[in-house]
Design a protein around this ligand. Structure first.
Ligand code: ZN
Length: 258
C-alpha cells in the first residue's frame, strides 16, 4: 500500500472564473492530485468543499496519511467541526500540506495560533524560490533554486510562529522576500506550508512544484496513529514502588479524564 494522500480543494474559482477554468478545467485539486499520482508510491483521492462534510468524513481522514489543502475565498464556509476533526488527525500523526492562500484557512490558523497574515500583490511577477535547507527531503532533486514565471507575490512579514524548519525563501521580481516553504510539528503530525500556487497561473503544472509536493507528501507521512487521551497511570503501574500520600482529588472517569 502506498502513501494515501487526499487533496482537498475549495473548488470555487475554477467553476466561477473563466480564466481559472481554462487553466484547471477539472479543478485545481484534480491537477494537484495528478501531479502526485506520477509517483507510484503515492495513492491519491480528492475531496471538495461542496461534498457532504466537505468530503472529509471520519473514515476518509482515518485512511488519509497526508492531507493537502487548497482554499482561498471560502475559508469561512468550512465547518468548525470538520476543522477540529482535521486538527485531531494531525495530532494523531496525519501529515498536512497547506498551499498558497491556505495560509488564511481555519485549519492553518488554528494549528499555528497566530494571524498568519502576509503582504501580497497580484502582478504576475517572477518568483525565485531559493533552497535554504539543501539536505531536507522536501528539496530532494531541486537545485539551488527554481523559478515560477508568473506568480502572486506573497511577502514578509508573514505572521507565523517561528518555523521548525525553513525550506524555501522566495524572492519576487518586485523585490519582496517570503518564507515560502516552512515546516512544523503539531502533536505527532508533520505540517508543510508552501506559498506558490495562485489560481490564475498554471503553477501546479510546474515540474519543480510537482516534485516539491511529491517530496513533501513522503516527508509528511508518518504512518503513525498516536491517540492523545491523557492516560491516568495508577500507582501499581508506576515504574518505581510508591505509596499514596495524602488525599487524591481526581479519579479516572471524571471530567477531564478519559
Ligand atoms: Zn492567490
Amino acid at each position: 500500500m502506498g502513501i494515501r494522500a487526499t487533496v482537498w480543494g475549495e473548488n470555487i474559482h475554477e467553476r466561477s472564473n473563466a480564466e481559472v477554468k481554462k487553466i484547471y478545467p477539472d479543478g485545481m485539486h484534480t491537477c494537484i492530485a495528478n501531479g502526485l499520482s506520477d509517483d507510484p508510491e503515492i495513492e491519491t483521492r480528492t475531496a471538495v468543499l461542496q461534498e457532504f462534510e466537505h468530503g472529509l468524513s471520519k473514515e476518509t481522514l482515518l485512511h488519509t496519511d497526508v492531507l493537502i489543502w487548497w482554499g482561498h475565498c471560502a475559508h469561512q464556509e468550512v465547518s468548525d467541526e470538520i476543522v477540529h476533526r482535521v486538527q485531531e488527525r494531525v495530532w494523531e500523526g496525519m501529515g498536512l500540506i497547506v498551499l498558497h492562500s491556505g495560509h488564511y484557512s481555519k485549519i492553518f490558523k488554528k494549528l499555528m495560533g497566530t494571524s498568519c497574515s502576509l503582504t501580497w500583490r497580484e502582478a504576475g511577477e517572477k518568483e525565485r524560490l531559493w533552497v535554504v535547507n539543501p539536505a531536507h527531503p522536501i528539496v530532494k532533486g531541486i537545485d539551488r533554486y527554481f523559478e515560477v514565471e508568473n506568480s502572486e507575490m506573497y511577502g514578509e512579514p508573514f505572521i507565523i510562529p517561528t518555523p521548525d524548519e525553513v525550506i524555501f525563501i522566495s524572492w519576487f521580481e518586485g523585490g519582496e522576500v517570503f518564507r515560502s516553504g516552512v515546516t512544523y510539528r503539531r502533536g505527532a503530525g508533520n505540517i508543510f506550508y508552501f506559498g506558490s500556487g495562485h489560481e490564475s497561473y498554471p503553477i501546479y503544472y510546474n515540474e519543480s512544484v510537482k516534485l516539491v509536493l511529491k517530496n513533501a507528501v513522503k516527508w509528511a507521512a508518518t504512518g503513525l496513529r498516536w491517540i492523545d487521551n491523557c492516560p491516568n497511570i495508577p500507582v501499581e503501574k508506576a515504574p518505581e514502588k510508591i505509596v499514596i500520600k495524602g488525599h487524591s482529588v481526581h479519579k479516572p472517569g471524571e471530567a477531564g479524564f478519559k
